[in-house]
Design a protein around this ligand. Structure first.
Ligand code: ADQ
Length: 725
């Protein structure tokens, strides 16, 4: 039995019409609707969305609509006219759409409708939360609902939430323009899985996170506190078999025949788009104009059929575009038409699926030339319909589909000259070459269809979030408490920063508070218990903070030890050969001077190069170079070069928190139980060296070899307090 799937999208998979006073719901034919319908039905879940403006309907009619929707497991989010204008027209389509498609000059000077956008996203989150049952998977769609995952996370902390973006995620530099950039990222990070059409969009999203919120994604995930948010590539497909089958139907055959006859020997170019300024229709027309002007023979040889579905008529820039396209077509037809034919046949309307497939099959060259497009399904529909292995696809480099359809004739859709040249190339391709390219693309489109897309996303969402750590969760520490109670000699190894106190920006902020001092003293006063504070900090600081407490102090990751009851520090490692330090320092300082934000930190027997304040990519690149330079310069020295969080460290070979174990086992009384706590890479070295039967506790998220895990430093303190009681 699959999990129930709760789908949320701005529009619903049905459209509402009134025929003879009766309400009729008919299935919508869009790609998303087709892809998800199967899951919607199979999982007996619900679909939450806006049913369109129903204010023209009477109250009884609206109740009828709601009842019919309910029968189809659809939950409507009704919006007022004003909400539709502000949330949908002005904000989603007037602000987000152009920015996500890199058309930032289309941004209105002032967009005051963010509040409305947020409120409607809240309506959606409320409706979804009402429907939610434990175990459900929630799948939220697209740019109209960017805040919904975060709003849902507040309402349903444990829900499994997925989000898919159907449009491009723009480069970080472009995304940053949005005044609400932080809110948007936070909204998205409410999800467990965020899906994009292409890998480039994932990279852009990762860069935006790093630039805007300083969150650093690792490979395919980013951590929000201790919750991983996975980022995935799910290129959307089409209902490929439906297109293939329709393409070979007799009805379509007849229509193809008609379209070709009507073209009277001219080669047919085809454009099929929503009338949207991202689709590159105007430049496509200009390219055609170049062809007709530069080579008059084309006037008798080609015809463009341009189908444009009216779209978003309420948004002013769409009205402008409509006028622009009308004007261009008028000019070109007026100039290059003859008494019997015009070069452009323009249909400003929606056509049926059958007519669409007939056009695809009749077209010698399909022009898919958006300036930006998340994926572009028209390109795939054309390929799936060409069961005759003929036809050429001219495809914009800036469509997500270009990352999959390499055999298309790829074009820079901004460059009208390039476009004209590529149309010529396309017309010149021989039949064998056309067949070879089309066959390869068709195999891909048939295999990666919309059903596979939906299945893969839902499966990924279902899968465990990949908490790759082997540590058992917090509750399991109860067994440890019992073992601690009965231990003859207990040694507690406590890392300091991140384990007992939160990670702080400055050393002053990391100083121990009174409660911590009491806690550590209490632990040390337990019978047969030895407490070790094991830190990477230098000796003077630890002394200042903790010297008065009855504990053993370890500084610089175990290089120095100050045993309980003594005042002098001893070295736990031979550090009399530190001649390499000067060379390491010189190199690190040179790199720091060349890398704004980077700095060198020196301790008594080690030296580190920090780059957390440097520009992200530059800092990382410089660190890679420095690593190579260090390895070369210090090849003869007894050292290790370690990589930490935004730092490179050089230290004596063999140094590290693992040293502590040799010391413990060679000093009386030897422990019968060791329990070690830590939060970072240096603590993993300590865990690795623990004798069998010891307990290791990792604090926080992320991969670890520890046997147990605690949520954060407060949980560590609570647990330690329970050992005293
Ligand atoms: P759209 O911008 O709508 O989708 P696209 O992917 O091309 O762009 O889908 C358009 C759909 O409308 C196609 O299925 C097409 O057949 C249909 N269509 C277009 N013109 C038509 C006409 N005149 N008559 C009938 N049908 C017509 C958004 C993103 C895309 C992304 C999809 C899916 O902008 O980049 O591919 O979502 O994620």
């Amino acid at each position: 039995m699959p999990n129930r799937l709760v789908i949320a999208s701005n529009r619903l998979p049905v459209s509402t019409e009134i025929a003879d006073g009766e309400i009729v719901l008919s299935p919508a034919s869009g790609g998303v609707a087709t892809g998800l319908r199967a899951w919607h039905e199979r999982s007996s879940g619900v679909w939450v969305g806006w049913p369109g403006t129903l204010t023209r309907l009477s109250k009884t009619q609206r109740q009828q609509v709601d009842a019919q929707l309910a029968a189809r497991h659809i939950v409507p989010v009704h919006l007022t006219r004003r909400e539709v204008r502000e949330y949908y027209d002005e904000f989603s389509n007037g602000v987000l759409w152009p920015v996500f498609h890199y058309l930032i000059d289309r941004l209105p000077l002032e967009a005051a409708t963010w509040e409305s956008y947020r409120r409607v996203n809240e309506h959606f989150a409320d409706r979804i939360a009402e429907q939610y049952q434990p175990g459900d998977l929630i799948w939220v769609h697209d740019y109209q609902l960017l805040l919904v995952p975060g709003l849902l996370r507040q309402r349903l902390p444990d829900a499994r939430i997925g989000f898919f973006l159907h449009i491009p995620f723009p480069a970080g530099e472009v995304f940053r323009i949005l005044p609400w950039r932080r809110d948007i990222l936070e909204g998205l990070l409410g999800a467990d899985l965020i899906g994009f059409h292409t890998y480039s969009y994932v990279q852009h999203f990762a860069a935006a996170l790093s630039d805007v919120s300083g969150t650093e994604p690792e490979d395919d995930r980013v951590w929000v506190d201790d919750r991983p948010v996975r980022l995935g590539v799910f290129p959307m497909g089409i209902d490929a078999t439906a297109f293939r089958d329709l393409a070979s139907s007799a009805d379509v055959d007849a229509q193809v025949e008609m379209i070709r006859r009507e073209a009277r020997g001219r080669r047919i170019l085809l454009g099929v788009d929503r009338l949207d300024y991202t689709k590159g229709i105007s430049r496509r027309l200009l390219a055609l104009e170049h062809l007709l002007r530069d080579d008059p023979s084309f006037r008798e040889r080609i015809r463009l059929i341009q189908v444009a579905v009216p779209s978003r008529d309420a948004v002013p820039s769409y009205q402008e575009l409509s006028r622009e396209v009308d004007g261009l077509i008028g000019r070109i037809n007026g100039t290059y038409g003859t008494a019997t034919a015009v070069p452009i046949h323009y249909l400003h309307q929606s056509v049926t699926r059958e007519q669409l497939v007939a056009l695809y099959r009749a077209a010698d060259v399909m022009l898919v030339t958006p300036l930006r497009d998340g994926m572009n399904l028209v390109a795939k529909e054309y390929v799936a319909s060409r069961t005759d292995d003929d036809g050429v696809l001219v495809l914009s480099e800036f469509a997500g589909a270009a990352e999959e359809l390499h055999e298309a004739v790829l074009v820079n859709a901004y460059d009208t000259r390039d476009l004209a040249a590529k149309i010529r190339n396309a017309l010149d391709l021989g039949p064998d070459e056309r067949a070879r390219r089309m066959r390869t693309m068709r195999r891909r489109v048939m295999a990666h269809d919309v059903h596979r897309w939906a299945d893969e996303f839902v499966r990924a969402l279902e899968r465990d979030t990949g908490y790759e750590a082997r540590a058992t969760p917090e509750e399991a520490l109860k067994d440890v408490t019992a073992r601690v109670r009965t231990a003859d000699v207990l040694d507690l190894l406590l890392d300091y920063d991140g384990t007992l106190v939160p990670i702080a920006r400055t050393p002053e902020q990391a100083a121990p508070d009174a409660a911590l001092r009491r806690l550590v003293t209490g632990l040390a006063e337990r019978p047969r218990t030895h407490v070790h504070i094991v830190s990477g900090r230098p000796r003077p600081l630890l002394e200042e903070w903790l010297a008065a407490l009855p504990v053993t102090l370890w500084a610089e990751h175990g290089i120095w030890v100050r045993p309980e009851g003594e005042t002098a520090w001893q070295t736990a490692l031979d550090i009399s050969h530190l001649q390499w330090l000067d060379r390491a320092r010189a190199l690190m300082e040179e790199f720091a001077a060349d890398t704004p934000g980077a700095f060198v930190e020196e301790k008594s027997a080690s030296i580190a190069w920090h780059y957390r304040e440097a520009t992200r990519a530059f800092g990382a690149a410089q660190a890679r170079k420095l690593r190579v330079a260090l390895a070369k310069t210090l090849s003869d020295a007894p050292i290790d070069v370690l990589e930490g969080k935004k730092l490179l460290e050089v230290r004596p070979r063999g140094a590290g928190k693992s040293i502590i174990m040799q010391w413990l086992l060679s000093h009386e009384p030897a422990p019968t139980l060791i329990v070690a706590f830590g939060d970072d890479r240096t603590d993993e070295e300590m865990f690795a060296a623990l004798p069998p039967g010891s307990v290791s506790v990792h604090i926080g998220r992320g991969a670890t070899m520890a046997t147990h895990r605690l949520r954060d430093w407060t949980a560590t303190r609570n647990f330690l307090s329970s050992l005293i009681a």
